[in-house]
Ligand binder design. Structure first.
Ligand SMILES: Cc1cc2nc3c(=O)[nH]c(=O)nc-3n(C[C@H](O)[C@H](O)[C@H](O)COP(=O)(O)O)c2cc1C
Length: 188
């Protein structure tokens, strides 16, 4: 079975990107994947600094997350944009998990030849879509295949029904198509 790791680039209480992830996980499962949803609060890491790595090595939290990434075929990432770019939390997390350690199956083992689906949501009309551009570039640089289909949801305050599903059915259809591709490429 295809295994997908899902996490959000915001750990804020009530994060709308976390909510978006919760809405999309069942769509990926419906396509036949096993999804592991993690909260980056459980993988807190210091801001990357080469001295920390030289003195203490890769933090245990990063090693745990990296092991999970290696054990999965792909990722579903929901993240807000900060000033039109990737959040520091997400960048720092991806950076730490890119560090090579003894025992890794290969370079960039957490990412290489894996598939990523990227989504965002924000209060504004553009839905954080500008942040998906640098995120796409970063994940590609790490060796991931980033799906051409992406989802950016504007108007976060009105985006969800009471049951947490996406209110806009056109957006949900797009998300289903992205979920299908994620599982298909993950399987390949
Ligand atoms: C430093 C900073 C910069 C932000 N820049 C943007 C932005 O460029 N575009 C945008 O739509 N929202 C921006 N926001 C608002 C975020 O979308 C919002 O605070 C929140 O992070 C939404 O995601 P969350 O609920 O998942 O945490 C910014 C927020 C912060 C703290």
């Amino acid at each position: 079975m295809v295994k997908i790791l899902a996490f959000a680039g915001s750990t804020r209480t009530g994060s709308v990107n976390g909510k978006l992830l919760d809405a999309l996980v069942p769509l990926v499962e419906a396509e036949g994947a096993e999804v592991t949803r993690v909260d980056l609060r459980e993988y807190e890491m210091p801001l990357y600094n080469g001295d920390i790595e030289a003195e203490r090595g890769v933090p245990e939290s990063a090693r745990r997350l990296k092991a999970l990434m290696i054990a999965h075929d792909g990722m579903l990432i929901a993240s807000p944009e900060y000033n039109g770019s990737i959040t520091p939390l997400l960048k720092n997390t991806l950076d730490w998990c890119s560090r090579k350690e003894e025992g890794d199956p290969g370079p960039l083992a957490a990412y290489a030849d894996k598939t990523a689906a990227i989504v965002s949501i924000s209060a504004g009309v553009f839905g954080g879509i500008r942040g998906l551009v640098p995120l796409r570039l970063l994940l590609s640089n790490l060796g991931m295949l980033v799906l051409p289909v992406q989802v950016a949801v504007g108007g976060a305050a009105e985006a969800f029904d009471e049951d947490g599903t996406l209110r806009n059915k056109g957006t949900e259809t797009l998300a289903r198509s992205m979920a299908r591709s994620l599982v298909r490429y993950g399987r390949a």
